[in-house]
Design a binder for this molecule. Structure first.
Ligand code: DON
Length: 586
Protein backbone atom coordinates (compact mmCIF):
# COMPACT_ATOMS: atom_id res chain seq x y z
CA UNK A 1 0.00 0.00 0.00
CA UNK A 2 2.65 2.36 1.09
CA UNK A 3 4.49 1.53 -2.09
CA UNK A 4 1.76 2.41 -4.51
CA UNK A 5 1.38 5.72 -2.75
CA UNK A 6 5.04 6.50 -3.25
CA UNK A 7 4.98 5.69 -6.89
CA UNK A 8 2.37 8.30 -7.48
CA UNK A 9 4.46 10.60 -5.36
CA UNK A 10 1.69 13.14 -5.08
CA UNK A 11 0.58 14.57 -1.84
CA UNK A 12 -3.03 13.82 -2.62
CA UNK A 13 -2.12 10.36 -3.72
CA UNK A 14 -0.30 9.73 -0.50
CA UNK A 15 -3.13 11.14 1.53
CA UNK A 16 -5.75 9.08 -0.25
CA UNK A 17 -3.63 5.97 -0.11
CA UNK A 18 -2.85 6.40 3.53
CA UNK A 19 -6.49 6.66 4.37
CA UNK A 20 -6.93 3.30 2.71
CA UNK A 21 -3.70 2.05 4.20
CA UNK A 22 -4.93 2.49 7.70
CA UNK A 23 -7.53 -0.18 7.09
CA UNK A 24 -5.74 -2.06 4.36
CA UNK A 25 -5.92 -5.83 4.28
CA UNK A 26 -2.55 -5.75 2.49
CA UNK A 27 -0.66 -3.96 5.19
CA UNK A 28 -2.01 -6.01 8.01
CA UNK A 29 -2.65 -9.05 5.87
CA UNK A 30 -3.17 -11.64 8.53
CA UNK A 31 -4.35 -9.43 11.33
CA UNK A 32 -7.76 -8.27 12.22
CA UNK A 33 -8.07 -4.72 10.94
CA UNK A 34 -7.43 -2.35 13.83
CA UNK A 35 -10.36 -0.37 15.06
CA UNK A 36 -10.68 3.18 13.90
CA UNK A 37 -9.80 4.39 17.36
CA UNK A 38 -6.50 2.57 17.26
CA UNK A 39 -5.52 3.88 13.87
CA UNK A 40 -6.19 7.44 14.90
CA UNK A 41 -2.91 9.31 15.01
CA UNK A 42 -3.58 13.02 15.06
CA UNK A 43 -5.64 11.87 12.18
CA UNK A 44 -7.11 15.18 11.21
CA UNK A 45 -3.78 16.96 11.21
CA UNK A 46 -1.34 14.47 9.75
CA UNK A 47 -0.73 14.62 6.02
CA UNK A 48 1.25 11.40 5.86
CA UNK A 49 0.16 8.36 7.81
CA UNK A 50 2.30 5.52 9.10
CA UNK A 51 1.55 1.83 8.90
CA UNK A 52 -0.10 0.49 12.03
CA UNK A 53 0.24 -2.92 13.67
CA UNK A 54 -0.68 -4.13 17.09
CA UNK A 55 1.90 -6.80 17.83
CA UNK A 56 5.08 -6.71 15.82
CA UNK A 57 6.54 -4.77 12.93
CA UNK A 58 9.38 -4.79 10.43
CA UNK A 59 10.49 -1.81 8.35
CA UNK A 60 13.01 -2.63 5.62
CA UNK A 61 14.11 -1.51 2.19
CA UNK A 62 12.72 -4.46 0.28
CA UNK A 63 9.24 -5.84 0.73
CA UNK A 64 10.22 -9.49 0.29
CA UNK A 65 12.65 -9.17 3.19
CA UNK A 66 10.11 -7.34 5.30
CA UNK A 67 7.71 -10.24 4.77
CA UNK A 68 10.35 -12.76 5.84
CA UNK A 69 10.78 -10.83 9.09
CA UNK A 70 7.07 -10.49 9.80
CA UNK A 71 6.60 -14.24 9.19
CA UNK A 72 9.26 -14.99 11.80
CA UNK A 73 7.48 -12.73 14.29
CA UNK A 74 4.16 -14.38 13.57
CA UNK A 75 5.69 -17.81 14.13
CA UNK A 76 6.61 -16.67 17.63
CA UNK A 77 10.16 -15.54 16.93
CA UNK A 78 11.40 -12.46 18.76
CA UNK A 79 12.78 -9.24 17.27
CA UNK A 80 16.31 -10.63 17.06
CA UNK A 81 15.13 -13.77 15.27
CA UNK A 82 13.30 -11.55 12.79
CA UNK A 83 16.23 -9.15 12.43
CA UNK A 84 18.63 -11.97 11.61
CA UNK A 85 16.16 -13.43 9.12
CA UNK A 86 15.79 -10.02 7.46
CA UNK A 87 19.58 -9.67 7.39
CA UNK A 88 19.94 -12.88 5.40
CA UNK A 89 16.95 -12.10 3.19
CA UNK A 90 18.25 -8.65 2.24
CA UNK A 91 21.52 -10.30 1.19
CA UNK A 92 19.41 -11.99 -1.50
CA UNK A 93 16.76 -9.44 -2.46
CA UNK A 94 18.72 -6.20 -2.01
CA UNK A 95 22.06 -7.22 -3.53
CA UNK A 96 23.40 -3.68 -3.75
CA UNK A 97 23.48 -3.26 0.04
CA UNK A 98 22.14 -6.31 1.85
CA UNK A 99 25.02 -8.68 2.26
CA UNK A 100 26.96 -11.65 3.53
CA UNK A 101 30.23 -10.14 2.29
CA UNK A 102 30.02 -6.86 4.20
CA UNK A 103 29.54 -5.70 7.75
CA UNK A 104 27.50 -3.50 10.02
CA UNK A 105 26.01 -2.70 13.38
CA UNK A 106 23.02 -3.78 15.44
CA UNK A 107 21.41 -1.87 18.30
CA UNK A 108 19.20 -3.93 20.51
CA UNK A 109 16.88 -3.21 23.42
CA UNK A 110 16.45 -6.42 25.37
CA UNK A 111 13.08 -6.09 27.10
CA UNK A 112 13.79 -8.82 29.65
CA UNK A 113 16.91 -7.24 31.11
CA UNK A 114 16.03 -3.68 30.13
CA UNK A 115 19.53 -3.42 28.65
CA UNK A 116 20.60 -1.73 25.45
CA UNK A 117 23.33 -3.45 23.51
CA UNK A 118 25.49 -2.39 20.58
CA UNK A 119 26.78 -5.17 18.37
CA UNK A 120 29.69 -4.43 16.07
CA UNK A 121 30.22 -6.70 13.08
CA UNK A 122 32.11 -4.14 11.05
CA UNK A 123 34.73 -5.36 8.55
CA UNK A 124 38.38 -5.30 9.59
CA UNK A 125 41.55 -4.58 7.64
CA UNK A 126 43.46 -7.74 6.66
CA UNK A 127 46.75 -8.38 8.45
CA UNK A 128 48.67 -7.57 5.27
CA UNK A 129 46.97 -4.16 4.94
CA UNK A 130 49.20 -1.14 5.43
CA UNK A 131 48.86 2.58 5.91
CA UNK A 132 49.91 3.61 2.42
CA UNK A 133 48.42 0.74 0.43
CA UNK A 134 46.26 3.04 -1.69
CA UNK A 135 49.05 5.48 -2.60
CA UNK A 136 50.86 5.41 -5.94
CA UNK A 137 54.63 5.91 -6.51
CA UNK A 138 54.20 9.64 -6.17
CA UNK A 139 52.40 9.34 -2.86
CA UNK A 140 49.00 10.25 -4.32
CA UNK A 141 45.86 8.24 -3.66
CA UNK A 142 45.58 5.83 -6.61
CA UNK A 143 42.26 6.23 -8.37
CA UNK A 144 39.73 3.51 -7.56
CA UNK A 145 42.17 1.21 -5.75
CA UNK A 146 40.30 1.44 -2.45
CA UNK A 147 36.96 0.99 -4.21
CA UNK A 148 36.98 -1.38 -7.16
CA UNK A 149 39.85 -3.81 -6.66
CA UNK A 150 40.39 -6.84 -4.48
CA UNK A 151 42.46 -4.57 -2.22
CA UNK A 152 39.27 -2.71 -1.34
CA UNK A 153 37.76 -5.64 0.51
CA UNK A 154 37.73 -5.74 4.30
CA UNK A 155 37.30 -9.01 6.20
CA UNK A 156 33.50 -9.43 6.25
CA UNK A 157 31.63 -9.44 9.55
CA UNK A 158 27.95 -9.87 8.68
CA UNK A 159 27.72 -13.65 8.92
CA UNK A 160 29.50 -13.71 12.29
CA UNK A 161 27.36 -10.82 13.54
CA UNK A 162 24.08 -12.41 12.55
CA UNK A 163 25.01 -15.72 14.13
CA UNK A 164 26.25 -14.03 17.30
CA UNK A 165 23.01 -12.07 17.71
CA UNK A 166 20.90 -15.14 17.16
CA UNK A 167 22.86 -17.20 19.69
CA UNK A 168 22.82 -14.49 22.34
CA UNK A 169 19.32 -13.13 22.06
CA UNK A 170 17.38 -15.13 19.50
CA UNK A 171 15.18 -18.13 20.12
CA UNK A 172 15.12 -19.94 16.79
CA UNK A 173 17.52 -22.20 14.92
CA UNK A 174 19.81 -20.67 12.30
CA UNK A 175 18.60 -23.18 9.71
CA UNK A 176 14.98 -22.08 10.16
CA UNK A 177 15.98 -18.44 10.03
CA UNK A 178 17.90 -18.89 6.78
CA UNK A 179 15.39 -21.17 5.02
CA UNK A 180 13.26 -18.42 3.43
CA UNK A 181 16.38 -16.76 2.03
CA UNK A 182 17.52 -19.98 0.39
CA UNK A 183 14.16 -20.18 -1.31
CA UNK A 184 14.34 -16.57 -2.51
CA UNK A 185 17.82 -17.09 -3.94
CA UNK A 186 16.93 -20.43 -5.51
CA UNK A 187 13.60 -19.47 -7.05
CA UNK A 188 14.55 -15.91 -7.85
CA UNK A 189 12.62 -12.67 -7.78
CA UNK A 190 11.66 -10.03 -10.29
CA UNK A 191 14.16 -7.20 -10.64
CA UNK A 192 12.52 -3.95 -9.56
CA UNK A 193 12.84 -0.68 -11.41
CA UNK A 194 15.07 0.58 -8.61
CA UNK A 195 17.43 -2.40 -8.74
CA UNK A 196 17.56 -2.32 -12.55
CA UNK A 197 18.54 1.33 -12.41
CA UNK A 198 21.34 0.65 -9.96
CA UNK A 199 22.66 -2.25 -12.02
CA UNK A 200 22.72 0.05 -15.02
CA UNK A 201 24.57 2.78 -13.11
CA UNK A 202 27.18 0.28 -11.88
CA UNK A 203 27.37 -1.60 -15.17
CA UNK A 204 31.09 -0.94 -15.73
CA UNK A 205 32.16 -1.79 -12.19
CA UNK A 206 30.14 -5.01 -12.14
CA UNK A 207 30.80 -6.00 -15.74
CA UNK A 208 34.54 -6.35 -15.16
CA UNK A 209 34.15 -9.58 -13.24
CA UNK A 210 32.92 -12.78 -14.91
CA UNK A 211 31.58 -14.11 -11.59
CA UNK A 212 29.49 -10.97 -11.14
CA UNK A 213 28.34 -10.86 -14.76
CA UNK A 214 27.12 -14.45 -14.52
CA UNK A 215 24.63 -13.40 -11.85
CA UNK A 216 23.56 -9.88 -12.69
CA UNK A 217 23.91 -9.76 -16.51
CA UNK A 218 22.04 -11.39 -19.36
CA UNK A 219 23.33 -11.28 -22.95
CA UNK A 220 26.07 -8.88 -21.93
CA UNK A 221 23.71 -6.36 -20.36
CA UNK A 222 22.64 -5.83 -16.73
CA UNK A 223 19.28 -7.38 -15.84
CA UNK A 224 16.33 -5.15 -16.57
CA UNK A 225 13.19 -4.40 -14.60
CA UNK A 226 10.94 -7.44 -14.64
CA UNK A 227 13.78 -9.91 -15.39
CA UNK A 228 14.20 -12.67 -12.86
CA UNK A 229 17.23 -12.57 -10.59
CA UNK A 230 18.11 -16.15 -9.68
CA UNK A 231 21.15 -16.71 -7.44
CA UNK A 232 22.01 -20.41 -7.41
CA UNK A 233 25.51 -20.05 -5.95
CA UNK A 234 24.21 -17.79 -3.22
CA UNK A 235 21.51 -20.35 -2.44
CA UNK A 236 24.27 -22.94 -2.12
CA UNK A 237 26.25 -20.72 0.24
CA UNK A 238 23.15 -20.07 2.33
CA UNK A 239 22.43 -23.78 2.48
CA UNK A 240 25.97 -24.37 3.75
CA UNK A 241 25.50 -21.67 6.38
CA UNK A 242 22.17 -23.17 7.44
CA UNK A 243 23.84 -26.54 7.88
CA UNK A 244 27.21 -25.63 9.39
CA UNK A 245 26.81 -22.13 10.77
CA UNK A 246 29.35 -19.34 10.37
CA UNK A 247 32.26 -21.77 10.63
CA UNK A 248 31.86 -22.66 6.98
CA UNK A 249 32.31 -18.98 6.13
CA UNK A 250 35.26 -18.26 8.40
CA UNK A 251 37.03 -21.62 8.41
CA UNK A 252 35.48 -23.76 5.70
CA UNK A 253 34.34 -24.08 2.13
CA UNK A 254 33.03 -20.53 1.65
CA UNK A 255 36.08 -18.98 3.28
CA UNK A 256 38.38 -21.04 1.08
CA UNK A 257 36.65 -19.66 -1.99
CA UNK A 258 36.99 -16.08 -0.74
CA UNK A 259 40.70 -16.61 -0.06
CA UNK A 260 41.17 -18.21 -3.49
CA UNK A 261 39.41 -15.23 -5.11
CA UNK A 262 41.80 -12.90 -3.26
CA UNK A 263 44.87 -14.92 -4.24
CA UNK A 264 43.91 -14.88 -7.94
CA UNK A 265 43.65 -11.10 -8.03
CA UNK A 266 46.16 -9.69 -5.57
CA UNK A 267 43.71 -9.29 -2.67
CA UNK A 268 44.94 -9.50 0.90
CA UNK A 269 42.42 -11.55 2.87
CA UNK A 270 43.96 -14.79 4.14
CA UNK A 271 42.59 -17.82 5.94
CA UNK A 272 43.99 -16.39 9.18
CA UNK A 273 42.17 -13.11 8.64
CA UNK A 274 38.89 -14.97 8.32
CA UNK A 275 39.56 -17.29 11.23
CA UNK A 276 40.46 -14.39 13.49
CA UNK A 277 37.43 -12.23 12.71
CA UNK A 278 35.69 -11.23 15.92
CA UNK A 279 32.32 -9.66 16.63
CA UNK A 280 32.43 -7.01 19.37
CA UNK A 281 29.65 -6.36 21.84
CA UNK A 282 29.93 -2.74 22.91
CA UNK A 283 28.48 -0.26 25.33
CA UNK A 284 26.17 2.07 23.35
CA UNK A 285 26.64 5.83 23.27
CA UNK A 286 23.77 7.54 25.00
CA UNK A 287 22.49 10.98 25.82
CA UNK A 288 19.38 12.76 27.03
CA UNK A 289 17.39 15.02 24.79
CA UNK A 290 14.31 16.85 26.06
CA UNK A 291 13.36 14.01 28.38
CA UNK A 292 14.12 11.19 25.95
CA UNK A 293 17.14 8.91 26.07
CA UNK A 294 18.95 8.46 22.78
CA UNK A 295 20.96 5.25 22.52
CA UNK A 296 23.13 4.67 19.49
CA UNK A 297 26.24 3.12 17.99
CA UNK A 298 29.62 3.87 19.57
CA UNK A 299 32.98 3.83 17.74
CA UNK A 300 34.04 2.45 15.30
CA UNK A 301 30.89 4.24 14.22
CA UNK A 302 30.95 7.99 14.48
CA UNK A 303 27.16 8.03 14.27
CA UNK A 304 26.00 7.71 17.87
CA UNK A 305 28.66 10.05 19.20
CA UNK A 306 27.82 12.87 16.83
CA UNK A 307 24.06 12.44 17.01
CA UNK A 308 24.28 12.88 20.78
CA UNK A 309 26.79 15.73 20.42
CA UNK A 310 24.54 17.61 17.99
CA UNK A 311 21.41 17.01 20.07
CA UNK A 312 23.26 18.37 23.11
CA UNK A 313 23.90 21.58 21.21
CA UNK A 314 20.38 21.78 19.77
CA UNK A 315 18.69 21.32 23.12
CA UNK A 316 19.21 24.99 23.99
CA UNK A 317 17.18 26.24 21.02
CA UNK A 318 13.35 26.22 20.98
CA UNK A 319 13.13 24.40 17.67
CA UNK A 320 9.44 23.59 18.10
CA UNK A 321 8.78 27.31 18.22
CA UNK A 322 10.91 28.01 15.13
CA UNK A 323 9.16 25.24 13.20
CA UNK A 324 10.31 22.36 11.05
CA UNK A 325 12.55 23.44 8.19
CA UNK A 326 12.22 27.13 8.97
CA UNK A 327 15.34 29.09 8.11
CA UNK A 328 16.08 29.51 11.82
CA UNK A 329 15.86 25.79 12.53
CA UNK A 330 17.98 24.92 9.49
CA UNK A 331 20.56 27.48 10.58
CA UNK A 332 20.96 25.81 13.96
CA UNK A 333 21.02 22.37 12.39
CA UNK A 334 23.74 23.39 9.94
CA UNK A 335 25.91 25.14 12.51
CA UNK A 336 25.78 22.27 14.99
CA UNK A 337 26.39 19.66 12.28
CA UNK A 338 29.51 21.48 11.07
CA UNK A 339 31.07 21.58 14.50
CA UNK A 340 30.46 17.89 15.03
CA UNK A 341 31.84 16.80 11.64
CA UNK A 342 35.03 18.77 12.29
CA UNK A 343 35.51 16.71 15.44
CA UNK A 344 34.73 13.55 13.53
CA UNK A 345 37.67 14.09 11.21
CA UNK A 346 40.01 14.61 14.13
CA UNK A 347 39.03 12.20 16.85
CA UNK A 348 37.03 9.27 15.56
CA UNK A 349 38.41 5.83 14.75
CA UNK A 350 38.47 2.24 15.92
CA UNK A 351 38.60 2.29 19.74
CA UNK A 352 40.77 -0.82 19.63
CA UNK A 353 43.51 1.33 18.09
CA UNK A 354 42.90 4.92 19.11
CA UNK A 355 41.52 6.56 22.21
CA UNK A 356 38.27 8.18 21.17
CA UNK A 357 37.07 10.82 23.65
CA UNK A 358 33.44 9.75 23.41
CA UNK A 359 32.58 10.98 26.86
CA UNK A 360 34.13 14.37 26.19
CA UNK A 361 32.44 14.75 22.84
CA UNK A 362 29.04 13.85 24.25
CA UNK A 363 29.32 15.92 27.43
CA UNK A 364 26.75 18.67 27.93
CA UNK A 365 29.50 21.03 29.01
CA UNK A 366 31.38 20.50 25.76
CA UNK A 367 28.16 21.25 23.87
CA UNK A 368 27.91 24.52 25.83
CA UNK A 369 31.42 25.41 24.76
CA UNK A 370 30.79 24.63 21.12
CA UNK A 371 27.39 26.30 21.03
CA UNK A 372 28.95 29.49 22.36
CA UNK A 373 30.49 29.84 18.89
CA UNK A 374 27.11 29.72 17.20
CA UNK A 375 25.54 33.04 16.31
CA UNK A 376 21.75 33.20 15.88
CA UNK A 377 22.22 34.70 12.41
CA UNK A 378 25.81 34.68 11.21
CA UNK A 379 27.27 31.66 9.47
CA UNK A 380 30.52 30.30 10.83
CA UNK A 381 32.69 29.64 7.78
CA UNK A 382 34.13 26.12 7.59
CA UNK A 383 37.62 27.64 7.35
CA UNK A 384 37.13 29.16 10.78
CA UNK A 385 36.61 25.66 12.11
CA UNK A 386 39.40 23.80 10.32
CA UNK A 387 40.78 23.75 6.78
CA UNK A 388 40.50 20.94 4.20
CA UNK A 389 39.87 20.15 0.52
CA UNK A 390 36.76 18.19 -0.10
CA UNK A 391 35.62 16.30 -3.20
CA UNK A 392 32.08 15.11 -2.78
CA UNK A 393 30.91 11.97 -4.53
CA UNK A 394 27.49 10.41 -4.78
CA UNK A 395 26.36 7.02 -3.61
CA UNK A 396 23.72 5.92 -1.22
CA UNK A 397 24.00 2.24 -0.80
CA UNK A 398 23.82 0.84 2.63
CA UNK A 399 20.64 -0.36 4.17
CA UNK A 400 18.86 0.01 7.46
CA UNK A 401 15.99 -1.95 8.95
CA UNK A 402 14.04 -1.83 12.20
CA UNK A 403 12.12 -4.51 14.06
CA UNK A 404 9.90 -4.42 17.15
CA UNK A 405 8.19 -7.46 18.64
CA UNK A 406 5.24 -7.94 20.95
CA UNK A 407 7.45 -8.36 24.02
CA UNK A 408 9.00 -4.92 23.74
CA UNK A 409 12.30 -5.98 22.18
CA UNK A 410 13.56 -3.58 19.57
CA UNK A 411 16.31 -4.03 17.00
CA UNK A 412 17.88 -1.52 14.64
CA UNK A 413 20.38 -2.80 12.08
CA UNK A 414 22.43 -0.86 9.56
CA UNK A 415 24.73 -2.96 7.42
CA UNK A 416 26.50 -2.44 4.13
CA UNK A 417 28.88 -3.35 1.34
CA UNK A 418 29.84 0.35 1.34
CA UNK A 419 29.13 1.58 -2.21
CA UNK A 420 26.45 0.08 -4.44
CA UNK A 421 27.25 -3.66 -4.76
CA UNK A 422 30.47 -3.00 -2.79
CA UNK A 423 33.58 -3.71 -4.81
CA UNK A 424 31.38 -5.31 -7.47
CA UNK A 425 33.40 -8.49 -7.01
CA UNK A 426 31.69 -11.81 -6.36
CA UNK A 427 33.93 -14.45 -4.80
CA UNK A 428 33.71 -17.08 -7.56
CA UNK A 429 31.43 -19.95 -6.76
CA UNK A 430 29.86 -18.34 -3.69
CA UNK A 431 27.40 -15.85 -5.15
CA UNK A 432 28.62 -13.48 -2.43
CA UNK A 433 29.37 -9.86 -3.33
CA UNK A 434 32.38 -8.48 -1.47
CA UNK A 435 32.48 -5.08 0.21
CA UNK A 436 34.76 -2.12 -0.49
CA UNK A 437 34.68 -0.94 3.10
CA UNK A 438 38.45 -0.28 3.16
CA UNK A 439 37.63 3.04 1.48
CA UNK A 440 36.16 4.20 4.80
CA UNK A 441 39.70 4.45 6.14
CA UNK A 442 41.55 7.66 5.55
CA UNK A 443 43.86 6.65 2.66
CA UNK A 444 45.94 9.79 3.23
CA UNK A 445 45.43 12.55 5.80
CA UNK A 446 43.28 15.33 4.39
CA UNK A 447 42.28 13.45 1.22
CA UNK A 448 38.53 12.84 1.16
CA UNK A 449 37.03 9.38 0.76
CA UNK A 450 34.03 8.48 -1.39
CA UNK A 451 31.76 10.58 0.83
CA UNK A 452 33.98 13.65 0.83
CA UNK A 453 34.90 12.83 4.42
CA UNK A 454 38.42 13.47 5.52
CA UNK A 455 40.35 12.02 8.42
CA UNK A 456 43.78 11.70 9.88
CA UNK A 457 45.78 9.37 12.06
CA UNK A 458 42.82 8.20 14.11
CA UNK A 459 41.37 6.56 11.00
CA UNK A 460 44.59 5.57 9.21
CA UNK A 461 44.83 1.99 7.91
CA UNK A 462 46.28 -0.56 10.31
CA UNK A 463 46.07 -4.37 10.17
CA UNK A 464 43.08 -5.68 12.13
CA UNK A 465 41.57 -2.21 12.49
CA UNK A 466 37.95 -1.35 11.73
CA UNK A 467 37.40 1.57 9.35
CA UNK A 468 35.46 4.50 10.78
CA UNK A 469 31.76 4.38 9.94
CA UNK A 470 28.81 6.76 9.98
CA UNK A 471 26.20 4.03 10.35
CA UNK A 472 23.89 4.94 13.20
CA UNK A 473 21.25 2.39 14.13
CA UNK A 474 19.48 4.24 16.95
CA UNK A 475 16.93 3.67 19.69
CA UNK A 476 15.13 6.50 21.43
CA UNK A 477 13.75 5.49 24.81
CA UNK A 478 11.04 7.06 26.90
CA UNK A 479 10.89 5.95 30.55
CA UNK A 480 13.36 3.18 29.77
CA UNK A 481 11.31 1.65 26.95
CA UNK A 482 11.79 1.92 23.19
CA UNK A 483 9.85 4.81 21.72
CA UNK A 484 11.52 5.20 18.34
CA UNK A 485 13.65 2.70 16.40
CA UNK A 486 15.39 4.19 13.42
CA UNK A 487 18.42 4.54 11.17
CA UNK A 488 19.36 5.10 7.56
CA UNK A 489 21.84 4.53 4.77
CA UNK A 490 23.50 7.52 3.15
CA UNK A 491 27.23 7.56 3.84
CA UNK A 492 28.19 10.80 5.55
CA UNK A 493 24.53 11.79 5.54
CA UNK A 494 23.47 8.90 7.75
CA UNK A 495 24.22 10.87 10.91
CA UNK A 496 22.27 13.95 9.90
CA UNK A 497 19.37 11.94 8.46
CA UNK A 498 19.00 9.97 11.68
CA UNK A 499 19.39 13.16 13.70
CA UNK A 500 16.59 14.90 11.80
CA UNK A 501 14.32 11.89 12.19
CA UNK A 502 14.76 12.18 15.95
CA UNK A 503 14.26 15.96 15.98
CA UNK A 504 11.22 15.66 13.70
CA UNK A 505 9.67 13.18 16.11
CA UNK A 506 10.58 14.87 19.40
CA UNK A 507 10.55 18.59 18.60
CA UNK A 508 7.94 18.69 15.88
CA UNK A 509 5.74 15.80 17.02
CA UNK A 510 5.85 14.16 13.60
CA UNK A 511 4.78 10.58 13.13
CA UNK A 512 7.27 8.25 11.35
CA UNK A 513 5.67 8.88 7.95
CA UNK A 514 5.85 12.64 8.28
CA UNK A 515 9.34 12.48 9.75
CA UNK A 516 10.46 10.50 6.71
CA UNK A 517 8.67 12.59 4.12
CA UNK A 518 10.03 15.92 5.36
CA UNK A 519 12.88 17.32 3.20
CA UNK A 520 16.32 16.94 4.79
CA UNK A 521 19.32 19.21 5.11
CA UNK A 522 22.96 18.32 5.64
CA UNK A 523 26.22 20.07 6.46
CA UNK A 524 29.39 18.08 7.02
CA UNK A 525 31.77 20.99 7.61
CA UNK A 526 33.72 20.22 4.44
CA UNK A 527 32.65 20.91 1.78
CA UNK A 528 31.41 24.21 3.17
CA UNK A 529 28.01 23.71 1.65
CA UNK A 530 24.50 23.45 3.04
CA UNK A 531 23.07 20.56 1.09
CA UNK A 532 19.28 20.37 0.92
CA UNK A 533 16.69 18.21 -0.72
CA UNK A 534 14.08 19.70 -3.00
CA UNK A 535 10.90 20.75 -1.27
CA UNK A 536 12.07 23.58 0.95
CA UNK A 537 10.27 26.81 0.23
CA UNK A 538 12.07 29.34 -2.00
CA UNK A 539 11.67 31.95 0.75
CA UNK A 540 13.54 29.76 3.19
CA UNK A 541 16.34 29.13 0.72
CA UNK A 542 16.56 32.85 0.00
CA UNK A 543 16.95 33.64 3.71
CA UNK A 544 19.65 30.99 4.10
CA UNK A 545 21.55 32.26 1.05
CA UNK A 546 21.30 35.80 2.31
CA UNK A 547 22.72 34.64 5.62
CA UNK A 548 25.77 33.40 3.75
CA UNK A 549 25.13 29.69 3.24
CA UNK A 550 26.21 28.10 0.01
CA UNK A 551 22.95 26.24 -0.47
CA UNK A 552 22.99 23.32 -2.90
CA UNK A 553 19.85 21.43 -3.85
CA UNK A 554 21.03 17.89 -4.57
CA UNK A 555 19.68 14.33 -4.80
CA UNK A 556 17.79 12.90 -1.85
CA UNK A 557 19.60 12.00 1.35
CA UNK A 558 19.11 8.83 3.38
CA UNK A 559 16.28 6.33 3.47
CA UNK A 560 14.97 5.81 6.99
CA UNK A 561 13.10 2.76 8.26
CA UNK A 562 11.39 3.88 11.44
CA UNK A 563 9.08 2.28 13.97
CA UNK A 564 7.45 4.22 16.77
CA UNK A 565 6.02 2.48 19.83
CA UNK A 566 2.86 4.13 21.10
CA UNK A 567 0.56 2.99 23.89
CA UNK A 568 -1.90 1.58 21.38
CA UNK A 569 0.57 -0.21 19.15
CA UNK A 570 3.30 0.22 16.58
CA UNK A 571 3.49 2.90 13.92
CA UNK A 572 6.13 2.55 11.24
CA UNK A 573 7.14 3.81 7.86
CA UNK A 574 9.57 3.05 5.08
CA UNK A 575 11.19 6.12 3.62
CA UNK A 576 9.37 7.22 0.45
CA UNK A 577 12.75 7.91 -1.16
CA UNK A 578 12.97 4.20 -2.01
CA UNK A 579 9.78 2.84 -3.56
CA UNK A 580 10.86 -0.77 -2.86
CA UNK A 581 10.75 -0.40 0.92
CA UNK A 582 7.89 -1.76 2.97
CA UNK A 583 6.74 -1.60 6.55
CA UNK A 584 4.48 -4.45 7.57
CA UNK A 585 3.22 -5.84 10.82
CA UNK A 586 0.63 -8.04 12.37
O1 DON B 1 30.10 2.81 7.21
C1 DON B 1 29.89 3.83 6.57
O2 DON B 1 29.74 4.92 7.07
C2 DON B 1 29.75 3.71 5.07
N1 DON B 1 30.47 2.59 4.58
C3 DON B 1 28.31 3.62 4.78
C4 DON B 1 28.06 3.54 3.31
C5 DON B 1 26.76 4.04 2.95
O3 DON B 1 25.96 4.44 3.74
C6 DON B 1 26.49 4.05 1.52
N2 DON B 1 25.30 4.70 1.26
N3 DON B 1 24.26 4.60 1.69
Amino acid sequence: MQKSAHKRGQLLGVLAASLVLAFSPLVNASTPAPSAALVKYDYDQDIFHPVYAKNGMVAAEQELATRVGVDVLKRGGNAVDAAVAVGFALAVVLPNAGNLGGGGFMMLHDARSGKDIALDFREIAPVRASRDMYLDDKGNVADGRSLYTHLAVGVPGTVAGMEYALKQWGSMKLADIIAPSIKLAEEGMPVSVTLAKMLQVEKDNLGKWPGTRAIFFRNGEPLKAGDRLVQKDLAKSLRLLAKHGSKVFYQGEIGDKIVAEMARHGGLISKDDLRNYKVEQREPVSGDYRGYKVVSMPPPSSGGTHIVQILNMLERYPLAQYGANSAQTIHYLAETMKLAYADRAEYLGDPGFVKVPVRGLTAKRYADELAARIDPQAVLPASAIKPGKPQPYESDQTTHYSVVDSKGNAVAVTYTLNLNFGSGIVAEGTGILLNNEMDDFSAKPGVPNAYGLIGGDANAIQPGKRPLSSMSPTLVLKDGKPWLVTGSPGGARIITTTLQTIVNAIDFGMNPAEAAATPRVHHQWLPDELRVEKGLSPDTLAILRQQGYKVAVKPTMGRTQTIQVRPDGLYGFSDPRNPDGATLGY
